[in-house]
Write a new protein. Sequence first.
Length: 654
Amino acid sequence: MPPIETRSRHVSGTRVSVLLPLPLSGAYDYRVPEGMELGAGDFVTVPLGARIATGVVWGEGSGDVADKKLKEVLIRLETPPLPLESLRFVDWVSAYSLAPAGAVLKMVMSVPAALEPPKTINLYSLAGETGPDTGKLRMTPARLRVMEALSVMPSLTAADLVREAAVGPAVVKGMAEAGILAVREQAVSIEFPRPDVSLAGLELSADQVRAAVDLVGKVARKKFSVTLLDGVPGSGKTEVYFHAVAEALKQNRQVLVLLPEIALSAQWLSRFQARFGCEPAVWHSDLTASRRREIWRAVAEGRAHVVVGARSALFLPFADLGLIVIDEEHEAAFKQEEGVIYNARDMAVVRARLGGIPAIAVSATPSLETVSNVREGKYDGLHLADRHAGAALPEIEAVDLRAEKPSRGNWISPALRMAVESVLERGEQAMLYLNRRGYAPLTLCRTCGHRIECPRCSAWLVEHRFSSGGRMQCHHCGFASPLPDRCPECDAEDPFAACGPGVERLAEEATSLFPEARTVIAASDTLTGPNAAAEMVRRIEDHEVDLIIGTQIVAKGYHFPLLTLVGVVDADLGLAGGDLRAAERTFQLLYQVSGRAGRADKAGKVLLQTYMPEHPVMQALVSGDRDRFLEAEADARRTAGMPPFGRLAALIVS
């Protein structure tokens, strides 16, 4: 396909290339019919074999097909055309990820219903400039009430008018037919309130002011840049980049904030509303079809001013995007592993470059790739070394499980148990962190040792006793089945034993150790959407919960003032295996979960239960020397030629 440079118009008789949201080899040529003008980005319907397809005009036709064989474009849709930046972005992602451009376009056209004309409603008002001709119809008390209602509220729907005037629908219909009432159609569109940039945010420290001024200046200059906003947990990074968001809004431009998991949005939305007086548009997979349509259309028309969403929000058709923020930029959840494979963090930087706008990457534990880009001068860096409002960083201590052994069949060491008891006695909150969903990671037959395997993908099934009503689940493909009564291998009756702990089993142990504590399990099985996450946050903030038992879903982004103790039950989890980023990701996760403790005026403490207290990850966490750990990790990767200092390729046969 030719490069997209302008939105020049193509008139009747000329040919255009149309890209379809299908995994095809490229765009197809069509003829522009009589009386139609088309430009790059216009949405059109075209014949494709025996069916009708919707696609996007990509530019001038290539001329490879004879004119007499060309089919004509059928309809130009009344939808705002895709911005040129979106077209260039599709081409770039396609070339980089080796995916068909049509497959990338499908992510942009993820809501086909948004391309249809918006629904309309009929509004009724009094007819005539000097008042209606009441002589056409005898003025009954009911009709007079209709006229009185419309004198107060000039336009109403039939349903609203029936309710306000306390009349039947036939009265309204008869007055309209007699010409006493005028009827007009109006498109239905949901209003997205404009954030109020005049509201005062939190008072900033000197370091925060310095960082905010830098970011605001970059947004004001309207040029491409990438800045890493790096700060310890609780340093107020969100409040700092809110100043950059405010600057983009002052320019009447749109803002995109990417979050790795939409469960993180609960407290973020509260902070945004407190800062700007309204909620932004939220984009994620749990939205209803109608809500997705409303947001997609509002983004394309420029009516959605701030969008916060998961990685797919990057492909929304922003009419005038002025700033991209990638919060928790280090998160692996930004990478899509199926279909078009891409990392939203990296593609966000590309989208910013194509649009000539700034991008802000935010993290307390930035990825080694981003840190390397800062050190090489490709990205700018801003660092917040202190917690906001004088809060102190928590004390981190390693608990050597070789010496502090839990009792048989349990996983909470005596040291961690005593620490939790002390916190609960003071009326504070504690968190037990274990990054394993379900009851137990492995279920074995006591007789023959058989492990229950997923019939779809051969992964081991994980027992869930509480969240799924006693089922075996595959955490890879989602397959689920009841726990069998007999072993399928040796036919022994009721033979299965749970091996190892998941958060459900940990909660069972915690309930026996701390029977008076009000406990909540925070995992993706229990927090099934943004509403569930928001309710959990409310309960914790209102101190309806004493003990939080959670997976990585609560490791980052949350601020609970009464949470003063974090106990990591298995800090070694994740260090084993062949993943080259295992140490980096374990450090990031444990550093983030440690940052949940002591974020207000009460001192925090973190206990890391480990069999390897001498491991570099544990040493870096206890000493607080993050930079030394990253330097050692970078040296090891550089020596081995591993990313970000080299590239890996995968050949997958399936």
